[in-house]
Design a protein around this ligand. Structure first.
Ligand SMILES: *[C@@H]1O[C@H](CO)[C@@H](O)[C@H](O)[C@H]1NC(C)=O
Ligand SMILES: *[C@@H]1O[C@H](CO)[C@@H](O)[C@H](O)[C@H]1NC(C)=O
Ligand SMILES: *[C@@H]1O[C@H](CO)[C@@H](O)[C@H](O)[C@H]1NC(C)=O
Ligand SMILES: *[C@@H]1O[C@H](CO)[C@@H](O)[C@H](O)[C@H]1NC(C)=O
Ligand SMILES: *[C@@H]1O[C@H](CO)[C@@H](O)[C@H](O)[C@H]1NC(C)=O
Length: 302
């Protein structure tokens, strides 16, 4: 039986939130604290022996287990963690496959394929777990936009995002659309990274709607990327070709259906990286380092 009191949940979320901001290791415990660093909160130990069931061993579940275990380590919290997943593997949507089981082909990352430096926890996990990142800067590649009948645009590029200011792009869409998009996406990321350092990012939230409200993002999550870009005075042709290519590649959705935050996230590909060998390895490490009991192939029905 999994017994989860309200009190435990509150403490756990609170302590996880405190642990979240800290480095994985605490070399500074006897040293001074950095500008944005906070001392762990000291909370009374929880008396009951408690278990937390995490359902799903994907990015969210594995990270939750990892951060709960950090809170446990730092605050003497007495909890045991069990992770369940109906799949036979860890990683959920993040999975790397060998096409046609043919070892001559490149393995393919099926979901959650890239992350950027602003994804601070993934970036840091890659470093601390000793994985190597592939940054797409090697080799020559070509970017093309195919509309089903012909290529609307074809351009060479050396890294993801690097084609934005090529002459062909400027010729087709003008100067304003790529420039405005870049600055709009840039401000979105600047606002986003506050979640790692500010109180409103670290305070527990019970649902995404309330987080989005606190983030002052309600007015851009309740409109589509296309509507939002129209408001910014960005040419529809650019939105329906360049932007929609990115929203389709990243999220399988169209620019006039996906909300503006996610549309902009799909354009935030500067310094896009992935873990060599597959991003799932990060989630695998989160689970291993959490010390949780793992139940794969296990469907939770109640
Ligand atoms: C999951 O179940 C499948 C089918 O029953 C089995 O082949 C596989 O070995 C199981 N995997 C794990 C990790 O338990
Ligand atoms: C990372 O790259 C370095 C240098 O190429 C290599 O020595 C090391 O084994 C790699 N690490 C992993 C985990 O693949
Ligand atoms: C989301 O959280 C807020 C603030 O805690 C709460 O008022 C609201 O009822 C919650 N909404 C849902 C759908 O749970
Ligand atoms: C949201 O807007 C309010 C009112 O302008 C402001 O006080 C608050 O700091 C903003 N929150 C964020 C996360 O920017
Ligand atoms: C979207 O959010 C804004 C700002 O919070 C609000 O004024 C507007 O009514 C919302 N529109 C819809 C369609 O929900």
């Amino acid at each position: 039986m999994y017994f989860l009191t309200h009190v435990l949940l509150t403490y756990t979320l609170f302590q996880v939130a405190a642990a979240f901001k800290l480095p994985f290791h605490l070399p500074w415990v006897h040293a001074g604290l950095g500008e944005h660093e906070q001392r762990p909160m000291v909370l009374p130990p929880v008396e009951l022996s408690n278990r937390i069931a995490v359902i799903g061993a994907g990015a969210g579940g594995s990270a939750a287990a990892f951060w709960i275990s950090k809170a446990k380590e730092r605050h003497g919290l007495d909890v045991e963690i069990d992770i369940f997943d109906s799949n036979p593997y860890i990683g959920g949507r993040s999975i790397t496959v060998q096409p046609y089981d043919n070892p001559d082909l490149q393995p393919i990352e099926l979901g959650g394929s890239i992350f950027i430096k602003a994804n601070k926890n993934l970036w840091r996990a890659t470093d601390e777990f000793g994985f190597n990142r592939s940054d797409f800067e090697d080799g020559e590649s070509t970017m093309g936009i195919w509309d089903g009948a012909e290529f609307r645009l074809m351009t060479g590029f050396s890294k993801v995002g690097g084609w934005w200011d090529t002459l062909k792009v400027l010729w087709r869409y003008g100067w304003k659309a790529p420039t405005r998009t870049k600055s709009t996406v840039g401000s979105m990321i600047e606002h986003f990274v506050n979640i790692y350092t500010t109180g409103w990012g670290r305070t527990p939230y019970s649902n995404l709607t309330s987080l989005v409200e606190r983030w002052n993002w309600t007015d851009i999550t309740n409109k589509t990327t296309a509507e939002y870009f129209d408001e910014q005075g960005i040419d529809r042709k650019w939105t329906m070709e360049m932007v929609e290519s990115a929203t389709r590649v990243n999220y399988g959705q169209n620019a006039d259906a996906i909300h503006a935050i996610e549309g902009m996230a799909s354009l935030a590909a500067e310094a896009a990286s992935q873990v060599i060998g597959g991003n799932w390895q990060l989630f695998d490490q989160f689970v291993k380092r959490s010390g949780a009991s793992v139940y794969l192939n296990t469907t939770v029905s109640a």
